[in-house]
Design a protein around this ligand. Structure first.
Ligand SMILES: NC(=O)c1ccc[n+]([C@@H]2O[C@H](COP(=O)([O-])OP(=O)(O)OC[C@H]3O[C@@H](n4cnc5c(N)ncnc54)[C@H](O)[C@@H]3O)[C@@H](O)[C@H]2O)c1
Ligand SMILES: [Zn+2]
Ligand SMILES: [Zn+2]
Length: 413
């Protein structure tokens, strides 16, 4: 069915008949205007995920020009997030293959389709997997950062008009991913899914604001709205968890306990503001992590955060909350089919279980503030970059995720 759609795809017809610009070749200056990429397909490098559990294939793909309300971006940097690895693992029931993964990126607008008014050619931008249209029921509610405008098509790996902008060298269609697909030198996103940023902010660093750092920091300062003196426990000291830690520290939480099964995370947790570190696998026999946290905080925490995606951890995080008012925020993404459970009495007695996507941050209206926090050294971002690689080393970048000390590997085109 997909192939049939491809044969009839207008962008493929365009591809067959039009000149294809190869950005690798430098044109003589007098030809430059004629050879502008605007309105034409671009051939460029991308990492294609053909199937779960298989290495990404670096190949030349064709990226069609943006249609109405779409923006084509030259990606400069992209990092690898655990959600990319999760989809690649095959455990994501929404994962569509073949696709172009990647959702933590930064770049420069190459061209815009008709009716785009919010960004222009040359703008430095961050693609947003959580769109913000400003006019849908969700956006207008003032209660959530979830936006309904592109949700249905984004989840199916296509642009809002139901077609794709990516084709491999055989002309086969490639799905989009999370509305971003940053593992391509050029990508096309909906105009509601991109934000222009201060051009003086280094693209290599701020790509991390496209997911992990924003997610954790926002979960602390927005979703939970941690206040001065609150006690906080963060399960999982990856980029997301450590960003919760820095959010809690910025709000002057009185205790910030990091819980992680990897002892190597203690030093980095303290550098980010943790006051305590507990390895739940090293507790005395008979003591659970819930007992331990309740003991350390005289009855439980004001806020706990799951940044692991493990449903048993989610339960522990809830049950370590203080009776009457403690809140537990789920950030981690659990494997397909996994469910959470607890005794209802935990909620009856006042604990609150909630979740947070992209830290509750509205990408288009609030990203500027996060960039300022970073520029004013209020928000750590550079500290998360534990490796830098060229884009060609993307598979090695995925391997970095398993080395136990990796926070983020940033790739450069
Ligand atoms: N909700 C969102 O919007 C959103 C956005 C980005 C990422 N995520 C999810 O957040 C989670 C964290 O992402 P990350 O990039 O920081 O991951 P990461 O793998 O870098 O960090 C996870 C940490 O959890 C620790 N850990 C694993 N099992 C544990 C356990 N049982 N108890 C305590 N610690 C444990 C690991 O040692 C590691 O330090 C992932 O599930 C990711 O998919 C969610
Ligand atoms: Zn992510
Ligand atoms: Zn909206």
């Amino acid at each position: 069915m997909f192939c049939k759609r491809l044969i009839n795809c207008p962008s493929l017809q365009l591809l067959k008949t039009s000149f294809v610009y190869r950005p690798q070749a430098i044109p003589p200056i007098n030809l430059f205007r004629k050879m502008s990429t605007v309105g034409k397909p671009i051939e460029c490098k991308a990492a294609i995920s053909y199937k779960p559990k298989a290495p990404l294939v670096i190949d030349t793909i064709t990226v069609d020009p943006p249609k109405a309300h779409e923006v084509r971006i030259k990606i400069v940097n992209t990092a690898i997030c655990h959600t990319d690895a999760y989809t690649l693992s095959g455990n994501d029931s929404e994962g569509m293959f073949p696709c172009i993964l990647g959702h933590e990126g930064s770049g420069i607008v190459e061209s815009v389709g008709p009716d785009v008014t919010t960004v222009k050619v040359g703008d430095h931008v961050i693609p947003l997997y959580t769109a913000e249209c400003g006019v849908c029921k969700f956006c207008k509610s003032g209660k959530t950062n979830l936006c309904g405008s592109v949700r249905a098509t984004q989840g199916k790996g296509v642009m809002p008009d139901g077609t794709v902008r990516f084709h491999n060298s055989k002309g086969e269609a490639l799905y989009h991913f999370m509305g971003c697909s940053t593992f391509s030198e050029y990508t096309v996103v909906a105009d509601v899914s991109v934000v222009a940023i201060d051009p003086t902010a280094p693209l290599e660093s701020v790509c991390l604001l496209g997911c992990g750092v924003t997610t954790g920091y926002g979960a602390a300062i927005k979703t939970a709205d941690v206040q001065k003196g609150d006690t906080v426990a963060v399960f999982g000291a990856g980029t997301v968890g450590l960003s919760v830690v820095q959010g809690a520290q910025s709000r002057e939480a009185s205790k910030i306990i990091v819980v992680d099964i990897n002892d190597n995370k203690e030093t980095v947790s303290r550098q980010f503001g943790a006051t305590d570190f507990v390895n739940p696998t090293k507790l005395p026999e008979g003591q659970t992590i819930v007992d331990k946290l309740i003991e350390m905080t005289d009855g439980g925490l004001e806020f706990t955060f799951d940044c692991t995606g493990n449903v048993q951890v989610m339960r522990n995080a809830l049950e370590a909350c203080h009776k009457g008012w403690g809140q537990s925020i789920i950030i981690g993404v659990a494997d397909a089919g996994k469910e959470i459970s607890t005794r209802p009495f935990q909620l009856v007695t006042g604990r609150v279980w909630k979740g947070s996507a992209f830290g509750g941050i509205k990408g288009r209206s609030e990203m500027g503030g996060l960039i300022k926090d970073y520029q004013n050294k209020k928000l750590k971002v550079d500290e998360f970059i534990t490796a830098r690689r060229t884009f060609d080393e993307i598979n090695e970048g995925f391997e970095d995720l398993h080395n136990g000390t990796c926070l983020r590997t940033v790739l450069k085109f």
